[in-house]
Design a protein around this ligand. Structure first.
Ligand SMILES: Nc1ncnc2c1ncn2[C@@H]1O[C@H](COP(=O)(O)OP(=O)(O)OP(=O)(O)O)[C@@H](O)[C@H]1O
Ligand SMILES: Nc1nc2c(ncn2[C@@H]2O[C@H](COP(=O)(O)O)[C@@H](O)[C@H]2O)c(=O)[nH]1
Length: 190
């Protein structure tokens, strides 16, 4: 059986990865998403095992020691990582998998899966990005400032990606990603 394709969607905090991801899930229910582990505290409404696997620092470090992470990164004071088994199993079943992760982690995945498809979601402008993070109402001003300074460094790494998608309108961004999925399935993969 042919293996599935691995898609990585990254981009700065607040660009809309989760929002566009949710819209894609509605349009393409067959998409399988990886659920990450994190040491960050849950936000209102977030559920363990659905949005993230919420871990203590000790539990997370244990997962790293046991080599259970495909990749992990420390981002703005917390650990985030992709559990390896679920990704391997999904691909082995011939299904595509989507990872929604920040840039340092995406580049580590690229080292292990150079054949993966790496999509960078861009904001229409940095001002709009700041408005989106602020508008979500989940971060303190200090965290917003920290995430914005990381965003500039992240956008400088765009050249490592296969595709750049601007998230100006959710529907348009979804259509662009759907086109990428279709094109990648038509490609002759060695
Ligand atoms: N195209 C868009 N136009 C206007 N607002 C948007 C758009 N896409 C997302 N948003 C809004 O921007 C905010 C941030 O979106 P979201 O939480 O999906 O970003 P994210 O990239 O997943 O962030 P993080 O990496 O921090 O988890 C949300 O309030 C969302 O409703
Ligand atoms: N390297 C990884 N980054 C991840 C993972 N899961 C999520 N993320 C990214 O972290 C930031 C912050 O997320 P938030 O939920 O606290 O706003 C964001 O860019 C996520 O995409 C992961 O497994 N590995």
């Amino acid at each position: 059986m042919a293996k599935g394709l691995l898609f990585v969607i990254s981009g700065p905090s607040g660009v809309g990865k989760g929002t566009v991801g949710n819209a894609l899930r509605e349009k393409l229910p067959e998409i399988t998403y990886s659920v990450s582990a994190t040491t960050r505290a849950p936000r209102a409404g977030e559920q363990d095992g659905v949005n993230y696997f919420f871990k203590t620092r000790e539990e997370f470090l244990g997962m790293i020691e046991r080599d259970e992470m495909l990749e992990y990164a420390e981002y703005v004071g917390n650990y985030y990582g992709t559990p390896r088994d679920f990704v391997d199993q999904t691909l082995a079943q011939g299904k595509d998998i989507f990872l929604e992760i920040e840039v340092q982690g995406a580049l580590k995945v690229k080292e292990k899966f150079p054949e993966g498809i790496f999509i960078f979601l861009l904001p229409p402008s940095l001002d709009e990005l700041k408005d989106r993070i602020r508008g979500r109402g989940t971060e303190t001003q200090a965290t917003i400032d920290h995430r914005m300074s990381v965003a500039v460094d992240e956008m400088n790494l765009l050249r490592h990606y296969n595709y750049a998608v601007v998230n100006d309108e959710i529907d348009l961004a979804c259509k662009r990603i759907e086109s990428i999925i279709i094109a990648e399935h038509c490609k002759v993969h060695p």
